[in-house]
Design a protein around this ligand. Structure first.
Ligand code: FAD
Length: 459
């Protein structure tokens, strides 16, 4: 009898350390086939935006290198995941398929169908928790319902068993077909997927700003813990400082696991205010996924259904374009939108300010802004992005009260007191050359509050 290889299906977990599915394949003993599937036929799985594709390309290149060094070739296949995985199973005569779980509604359907089909065929199919510290169905309120408010949710998480310790990265792997994969299944060339922009190449700012891949994710975490964690609690809201971890794309793509972040932070600084606050932010990520798991339509439907009555006025498309391109005449909004366009990233406070401006001053439906962020953020996340948008718009879980409309001018004074952030992205201000805001902040705020009366009436 020859070996029956184990397939490890990589998805949003582009790493070799703390990878339970890879670990299980090593323990099983037979040779390993590592595969990533670009599934654009999607079955309801949301197609990636442009900046996300850029990140994915580099992250896959990095993962392929790390796997090759250990003796496994990463096989790249394109097509509907159900079909691709099944045909790979037949091709290599696999005895097992392992993956780490995904939590979106469409993703879960694909995975469940594959799992039952392959198990019926006699394969060993196992899925593992790897992207979240707390599985979304395990954290429940006293009345056995999902949580809809963050603070009690996070309290319940902290009262649950501590997240497991990270698994070590395997130093050597037994690759099916050898490390160069010559005896294994064929795969696509990463360049042929054309994930990188070419005409035009708009990714210069992304390249300057980010370094995708697992090794870079760990360097980022180490640098943050050493240099910035101590002042995180007080400085995290400042737009003009790089006080936050900038780990979000690394977490989004699973180049680092939340377990690694959790335990490294606790080992370094347990009991400090910085560690408590930082891990609570990681907790917001958990909460966003908890909400998405229980409400899979988070990116398309109001979480609070009474918001369906909100009368979004029809506005000229140029208003949305002005916001997207950072040409609203409101300096802090324009700075943030230009930062996003140039770098694929944006500070959390700036995300709140720009989202509030779009939904409450321009009175544009949050879904339009969410889609723009989805296309332009390198950390565009199935849960955190729609969750963040609905939180700001007022339609989401634990949302701020609707009447709390951010005043961008006050926000700027508070979080960019010397004007360094705005000055960097809106240099024309220094030349005294600032355009008029495209809307009157006070008038539009009043209009938003009037529109909100419809939501109140629908309650
Ligand atoms: P840190 O402050 O260092 O926090 C550590 C980690 O905790 C982050 O890397 C992130 O994974 C998580 N985190 C922090 N704050 C939040 C939060 N409010 N919600 C969920 N997770 C959080 N985050 C994304 O990862 N992807 C998105 O697509 C996304 N879209 C957003 C859209 C809007 C409108 C808003 C208001 C927030 C959004 N966020 C999103 C959350 C947050 O802005 C980013 O996670 C954060 O700015 C990333 O910077 P950081 O890694 O330096 O964060």
């Amino acid at each position: 009898m020859g070996a029956t290889p184990s397939i490890v299906w990589f998805r949003d977990d582009l790493r070799v350390g703390d990878h339970p599915a890879l670990h299980a394949a090593v323990e099983r003993g037979d040779p390993i086939v590592a595969v990533y599937v670009l599934d654009e036929d999607s079955n309801g799985v949301r197609p990636l935006g442009g900046a996300a594709k850029w990140w994915l390309h580099h992250s896959l290149a990095s993962l392929a290198g790390d796997l090759r060094d250990r003796g496994v070739r990463l096989v790249l296949r394109r097509g509907p995941a159900r079909r691709v995985i099944r045909s790979l199973v037949d091709e290599v005569g696999a005895g097992a398929v392992f993956w780490n779980r995904r939590y979106g509604g469409a993703e879960r359907e694909v995975d469940a169908e594959l799992k039952s089909g392959l198990s019926d065929d006699g394969l060993e199919v196992r899925s593992f928790g790897a992207s979240l510290l707390f599985e979304p169905w395990t954290i429940r309120t006293g009345s056995d319902t999902p949580f809809s408010v963050f603070t009690p949710f996070w309290k319940a998480c902290l009262a649950a068993d501590e997240p497991r310790h990270p698994l070590p990265a395997p130093s050597e792997l037994d690759g099916f077909g050898g490390a160069d994969g010559r005896g294994g299944p064929a795969g696509d060339d990463l360049d042929d997927w054309e994930l990188l922009p070419t005409h035009p190449d708009w990714a210069g700012g992304l390249r300057e700003t980010w370094e995708p891949g697992e090794p870079a994710a760990h360097r980022r975490l180490r640098a943050f813990l050493a240099d910035d964690l101590a002042d995180y609690a007080t400085g995290r809201d400042r737009l003009d400082r790089e006080q936050t971890s900038r780990l979000s794309p690394h977490l989004r793509w699973g180049e680092i696991s939340p377990h690694q972040v959790w335990h490294s932070t606790r080992e370094r600084a347990a009991g400090t205010e910085g560690a408590r606050k930082f891990l609570a932010e990681v907790g917001w990520r958990e909460f966003a996924w908890h909400v998405l798991f229980h409400f899979p339509e988070l990116a398309t439907k109001n979480w609070r259904s009474e918001f369906d009555a909100f009368p979004w006025p029809r506005l000229h498309p140029s208003t949305l374009t002005a916001w997207e391109r950072g040409r609203t005449g409101v300096p802090v909004v324009d700075a943030a939108m230009r930062e996003l366009w140039h770098t694929g990233g944006m500070h959390n406070r700036a995300r709140m300010i720009t989202a509030s401006f779009l939904t409450k001053n321009l009175l544009i439906d949050w879904r339009r802004g969410e889609q723009w962020f989805w296309d332009t953020l390198v950390d565009a996340d199935h849960a955190s992005n729609p969750f963040g948008w609905q939180w700001v718009a007022g339609s989401g879980a634990d949302a701020a009260p609707y009447f709390r409309v951010f005043n961008p001018e006050l926000q700027r004074e508070k979080f960019d007191p010397d004007g360094r952030y705005v000055g960097r992205w809106v240099p024309e201000l220094d030349d005294g050359d600032s355009p008029e805001p495209i809307v009157d902040l006070r008038e539009t705020r009043a209009a938003a509050l009037a529109a909100y009366e419809h939501v109140k009436a629908a309650k």
